[in-house]
Structure formats: C-alpha cells, structure tokens
Design a binder for this molecule. Structure first.
Ligand SMILES: [Zn+2]
Length: 495
C-alpha cells in the first residue's frame, strides 16, 4: 500500500493507442491498460492478470478501477476490459468558446457577412442586453456561452485547447478562466486585440492598451490552474504592424506563444495584399513577427513565397477544414506545407462557423479533401491525421499531453467501440475506423489531469442539463433581439 496520499486510477480496454514518440506513434496495444498516478500517466502497456494482480496488491486502498463500482477488495475480475479504444485526449489548437450559442445562424454566406450577421449580432445582443441577461441567468451571459463550449469539448473528447478570445471577448477573461477551471479541461487563452478596420468601440488606441490588458490578465490569472494567457491579436488586417510588434515583444519577454488569424478569406486577403503591397505573411515577416512560437490559424490563401517564409521561420499552422469549407474560404495547401516541413495541427475553429466541435470529423475532412483534390488516395492516412489532433497540436502548444506515456498529463479518453458504426473493429483497422467510421460522439469517458470529466457518457464536472437549457434560452432571446437589431458592419475591411 502506498504510504502517502497518492491516488491511482486503472483503466483497461480492448485497444490502447498511445500515439507516443517513445512507444512508436503507430503502436496499438491489444488488451492494454493505463495506470494513472494523481494527475499524470504512470504506466501504459499490455494487460495480463499478473500485472492486474500486482497493481491491486501494490495500490490497494488508493486505487480506483474505471467502470468498477467497488472501492476496495478488488480481484482481477473487477478489472473490466472496456470495449473501447483508449486514446490521449484530443487537443484543439484553434477555437472560439464564445461562439457556442450561434450554431445555425447565417449559413451559406462567406466569412465577412457571417461575422456581421452571426458573431457581431450576438456580440451586440450580449452587450446591449447585458443587465437583463445577467438578471435572467444569475451570472454573466458570457460565462453561459463559455461553459457550453466546455461541455461541447468534453462531449467530443477534447481535453486541451487554445481558445482565440477575439473581439469583445478580450474584456471577458475572468469568465473563460472560471469556465475552464469548473470544467476540468486545460486551456491557452489567446487574448484578442485590434487597432484598425474593426468596430470602433473596441479599438486598442493607443496600442499600449492591449499590452496593459495582457499585463493585467497575467497578474490576475497567470497562476490560475490549467490556464495560460497569451497574446492573440484577432486578424492580420485588424492589427497594425506597430501593435503586432509590441505584442510579439511582449510574447518574447514572457517566453510566450502568440496566435493570430491569417489569410483566411480570399476577398479580405486580396484586399489586404493590394492595400499593403504585400501578403499578410510578408507583412508579418517584415516586422519579425514569425518564429517557432507564432501560430497562425487558417493560412488558406497562401502564395509560394508565403510557404517559403513560414517554413524558414518555423511558423506553425492550424488548419480548420470544417470552417474553411462551410464559409467557402477555400482550403490551405496542406500537402505543400507538409512537404516543406511546416508543422500543422487540425482543429475545428469555433462552433459558430464549424458548426460542431467534432475534431474527428475535422480530421476526416482534412484528409478527404486533399485525397480528392490531388486525386491521390495515399495522402494523409488516418494515422497521420490522428497525430494532427493529438501529439502534433500538443507539441505545438507546448503542452504535456497528446500521448499516453509515463510522465505526461493524464488526459485519457475511452472511445466506445460497441456502437454499430464501429463494428467490426480489429487491431488492424482500429485507427482507420476512428477516422473513417466514427462521428466523434462515441467518446464515452473523458479523464483530464487524472480527474474524471465524463464517465460512461455522464458529465461529472458540469451540469449538462442546466447548461443546455440556459444556452437554448439564450439563443431564443437572441433570435427575438434580431428582429429589431441594427446590423453591425464592424468587420468589413474590404468594402
Ligand atoms: Zn477562428
């Protein structure tokens, strides 16, 4: 028996898929187990009754077996072999938690009208009706949206994310930190900024306002558990080179990542390039904004010179195929990027444009699109895109997760193989089935930092019913508001 207060969790499943550089990225363990010590992974391997027996003996009194209701007197019969694939929690490298109530608003339009008719409408609603909404919900309405996004992530097995906290949300960091802590997930909050071509009411003029905001948030939330604050200037066009340079200096001084939307939409990118006589990437490069700690989202409309610059500077890219296709933005040259050695993560973007957070669906679409485009079925196999939603984004975000190996954060998910769409699954097709046959909703159990967030489809840290009710009501009030609301044209950089 362990002498101190360490606690252990044991989970056994039909397949363990570690996606680990140490164990081999494409290794699959049939009848495997993961042993968690406190908030870290302690052991991963092939299960045998001898191993099970020794774990029970060693950790009796401080052991929990996932799926077993007993608390003590375990025998090896209690070590249930779940009909599951055990994977590291998914890592979402680009999303917007404020978009969770606006699914299905302003569809079949490109990015700029979507921002105006969905995102800016919602922002206007939240600001104008704040007092009323606070009274109605007994909390900040922003918290309602952020906590719903946490529910969505846990639903799809996403345990770590980088949230791009854009536009008015830059003022609402307290609520998102609170939502993250409550949910038990971990998060980088990329705090937005802008000083041009945007809604006048939120421009950071002089630019130092944006820097002071970051300093203040670091003071307030820099030590919040499982939360990291970084600069996240909203858009390439809405931040002047002067502001970007100040933000990058801040990032360098704090050894911090920096995150921005780049070259997302064709019209805006064309307008930017004509106006500035250089592409967004060329502008970034001209002010030394790009290096291995810079992560750009999208990079859809990308020239060969942009690719050279991104590769040379080791800039990282987050690809969001759901949003890029729904908004008709186009798709980035992923294959060329990979050939040049550019690191790419696959993500969902916000639920307002995506409109769901199924990161498995995003991985599937990323692969399918490139196979079709290049008429080459060998491109982006399931193994590779699975890495691009686990180990790759984890390394990109400098997080200690994304694989199951000793010493990593205990972010572990159980993907239910008993669903009809995942039958039959064998050792030789389990990776393919996760990408090609799963829809993302098969994640039955989610553990993050050793804490159970969902078990057998039941949410443990969040009151799912209450959150769903609140967001349903919020969305109905929004649609009521839309009937008389003035349209906000805040994002039209190109007119
Ligand atoms: Zn985005």
């Amino acid at each position: 028996m362990s002498k101190n207060k360490d606690t252990f969790k044991l989970v056994r499943g039909r397949f363990v898929i570690p996606i680990s550089d140490k164990l081999g990225r494409n290794k699959v363990i049939e009848d495997g187990y993961v042993l968690i010590k406190n908030d870290k992974i302690f052991k991963v391997g092939k299960y045998t009754d001898v191993i099970g027996k020794s774990i029970i003996e060693k950790y009796s009194g401080v052991l929990e077996i996932i799926g077993c209701s007993k608390k003590s007197n375990f025998t090896t019969k209690d070590i249930i072999k779940h009909n599951c694939a055990i994977l590291p929690g998914f890592v979402k490298a680009h999303g917007h938690d404020h978009e969770s109530p606006i699914i299905g608003i302003a569809k079949d339009v490109p990015l700029t009208p979507w921002l105006d008719k969905a995102v800016n409408l919602f922002t206007g609603f939240m600001n104008e009706k704040r007092k009323f909404l606070e009274k109605k919900f007994g909390d900040s309405p922003n918290y309602i949206t952020y906590i719903k996004a946490r529910l969505d992530d846990i639903h799809y097995g996403i345990t770590a994310s980088m949230v791009h906290h854009c536009n008015h949300n830059k003022y609402r960091v307290e609520e998102i930190v609170r939502a993250n802590i409550k949910a038990g997930t971990k998060m980088i909050v990329a705090v937005g900024s802008q000083d041009q071509h945007y809604d006048n009411r939120i421009l950071d003029i002089p630019a130092d306002i944006a820097i002071e905001r970051l300093d203040n948030y670091i003071k307030l939330y820099g030590n919040a558990e499982r939360t990291i604050i970084i600069p996240g200037p909203d858009q390439d066009f809405s931040n002047s080179p002067t502001l970007l340079r100040k933000l990058k200096d801040w990032a360098n001084a704090h050894n911090s990542l920096i995150h921005i939307h780049s070259s997302e939409e064709p019209n805006t990118t064309r307008w930017f390039t004509q106006t500035n006589k250089m592409t967004p990437v060329e502008m970034f490069n001209s002010i030394n904004f790009l290096d291995e700690n810079t992560i750009v989202a999208h990079q859809v409309n990308c020239t060969d010179n942009d690719l050279e610059i991104l590769a040379k500077t080791k800039t990282k890219v987050v690809h969001n195929p759901l949003a890029n296709t729904i908004l008709g933005s186009g798709m980035p040259p992923i294959i060329k990027m990979l050939e040049k050695g550019i690191k790419i993560a696959i993500s969902t973007d916000g639920s307002g444009s995506a409109d769901n957070q199924s990161i498995i669906s995003a991985a599937r679409l990323a692969s399918q699109y490139q196979k079709a485009l290049h008429q080459d079925a060998t491109l982006l196999p399931a193994q590779q895109v699975l890495e691009m939603i686990t180990i790759e984004p984890s390394q990109m975000l400098r997080m200690n997760c994304g694989s199951l190996e000793e010493g990593k954060d205990a972010d572990v998910i159980l993907l239910d193989l008993s669903r009809p769409n995942l039958t039959p699954t064998r050792i030789d097709n389990v990776i393919d089935n996760i990408i090609w046959a799963a829809d993302g909703s098969e994640v039955a159990t989610v553990i993050s930092n050793g804490k159970i967030l969902k078990e057998n489809y039941k949410f443990k840290t969040l009151n799912a019913e209450k959150i769903k009710q609140d967001v349903q009501l919020l969305s109905e009030l929004l649609i009521e508001y839309r009937k008389t609301a003035k349209e906000i044209r805040g994002t039209g950089a190109h007119k």
